[in-house]
Design a protein around this ligand. Structure first.
Ligand SMILES: Cc1ncc(CN)c(N)n1
Length: 217
């Protein structure tokens, strides 16, 4: 298995293309996304990241190589630090909601379960779309938008399209490829399933923000 991510990326291209077509992404790119929808998203994302930070720290501790441990622990503090700063800009004086949406709950519970109960390789694959999909969407928007000077969401776009995030994403891919290179066929199948599911959950997260998803009862 030379480059596991390249293959996983190809096999999930349809999900990435579907994300690019989501109204949330199109309106974010145009700057026309209603601010209540964006607020809902930022609120849910703050709750998502509070759990994701623990997932990354646990994953780091599971890695046998200390450089990999260091990377995930740095990501847990560093990336989350940057994203919290973003939330400060966009949340402003608004109250933080305290109840996770069903999709937010599903995604964080899924990642927590993968890291707690599954192999290191599967957990790495489950966590990776959170890095790679945001990078691809950030780059896509930067490349296609025509309103950089006056898009109210530009700080968000620049965070994920920027160089700093690219370095971090690249490290996560390199680490995942390294463990995949020694994985059995059975583990590789499970890694693929985890990467696909987490990619679908990324699609669902934006969809649930756009509809301001509520609990049915
Ligand atoms: C749901 C979600 N997925 C990914 C990211 C980018 N780390 C994020 N902020 N939120």
């Amino acid at each position: 298995m030379q480059d596991w991510y390249k293959l996983a990326r190809e096999q999930t291209d349809y999900i990435l293309e579907a994300i690019k077509q989501q109204p949330f992404i199109r309106e974010l790119m145009n700057g026309t996304l209603p601010s209540d929808v964006f607020q809902f998203y930022i609120n849910q994302d703050a709750m998502y990241l509070a759990e994701y930070k623990k997932v990354l720290a646990t994953l780091g501790v599971k890695c046998p190589h200390e450089d990999d441990t260091q990377f995930f622990l740095d990501s847990a503090t560093g990336i989350i630090h940057v994203e919290n700063a973003l939330h400060q800009i966009f949340l402003k004086d608004n109250e933080l909601a305290h109840e996770s949406s069903p999709t937010c709950e599903l995604y964080t519970s899924y990642l927590t379960r993968m890291v707690a109960n599954r192999s290191l390789e599967e957990a790495l694959a489950a966590v990776l779309p959170c890095f790679t999909i945001y990078k691809e969407i950030g780059d896509y928007i930067l490349e296609h938008q025509t309103n950089k000077a006056d898009n109210q969401y530009q700080d968000w776009i620049d965070t994920y399209g920027g160089e700093e995030f690219a370095t971090s994403v690249n490290n996560a891919v390199v680490i995942t490829n390294k463990y995949a290179a020694n994985a059995s066929e059975e583990v590789l199948q499970k890694m693929k399933a985890a990467f696909v599911k987490a990619s679908k959950l990324e699609w669902m997260f934006w969809d649930s923000a756009y509809t301001k998803e509520a609990w049915k009862i």
